[in-house]
Design a protein around this ligand. Sequence first.
Ligand code: ZN
Length: 383
Amino acid sequence: MSVWDDVVGQPDAVGTLRRAATDPAAMTHAWLLTGPPGSGRSVAARAFAAALQCTGTDGETGGCGRCHACTTTLAGTHPDLTVVATDKVVITVAEVRDLIMTSARTPSSGRYRVIVVEDADRMAERTTNVLLKAIEEPPPHTVWVLCAPSAQDVLPTIRSRCRGVVLRVPPARDVADLLVRRDGIDPAVALTAARAAQSHVGLARRLARDADARERRDAVLEIARRIRGVGDAVLAAGELVDVAKAEALAATAERDAVEKAELMRALGVQDGDTLPPRLRSQLKQLEDDQKRRATRRQRDVLDRSMVDLLSLYRDVLVVQLGATVDLVNAEHDGAVRALAADSTPEQTIRRMDAIGVARERLEGNVAPLLALEAMAVALRPQG
Ligand SMILES: [Zn+2]
């Protein structure tokens, strides 16, 4: 085994990173790891960090996966590793200043001080400028690993100072193998989930393990067949938004409560006490952050639903064009064929365009219900 085992379907990226970790001549001190959501950016970043720290077992270095440095880095407890994994919408200037201070310190026991920023695209321009100098001339023992969906998501000034490594969408079969090997999932279930998740590793795992998640996805796909007229379309749009809201709430509620309790404790307020007015702004700030997080989550869930719908129409088009490629939704074969028989390829493409427009609107902060209603209406059968 090695630290690279869980970085699935990325031979080129692994090759580059592994060389850098073992050959000082191939080393760079600022990296930009890019790849679509679910391609395993943060897994690759951690594996790279472990490979950098690896002290080796039986002469095997560069991420043996067995030495203390490897295991603690992968577990996130290595003292010379800092990972910024943010659920907030933005990374603040104060957070980046702290990181820069950390990055200047000599490693306490490891070979390098490694700073991983998982969502480098969530930095405002001003914050990025604070970071620039630090990544341009880092101390020799410091390595920055920035992650983002694509190079275009970070400012050109950052891009030009980092060495880029691009992750691709891994083949569904590789993702399925990982689920079988790592999570002990049944091979057939793993492959169906990997295809349905379009190789998004985290999502595939959730679909494979969580029957509710599979049911929610099926319900989303059902919508394509249920919409017969404008009335159905409006109803369906409302349902999609409600489901996303409920899912976002379920995902964030528990954590919100814990954070609030921690803040109250830090402020020295007992359970049931009223908060003194001078401390209220602190609570307000936390609540604002939490609200933003819930909104973001809701939009992420909605976007995922639309990607699922898109995959269904993609399958419809595959059937209509008689292409010999695998269906993403093989288990919805019946629905795919019925839709294919009921429409023309041109209509399918128009429907896919309507979903694309809705995704863009959502990204541009249009009210979710408005964006989805327009989309759903465009999905109804056309004469
Ligand atoms: Zn090791």
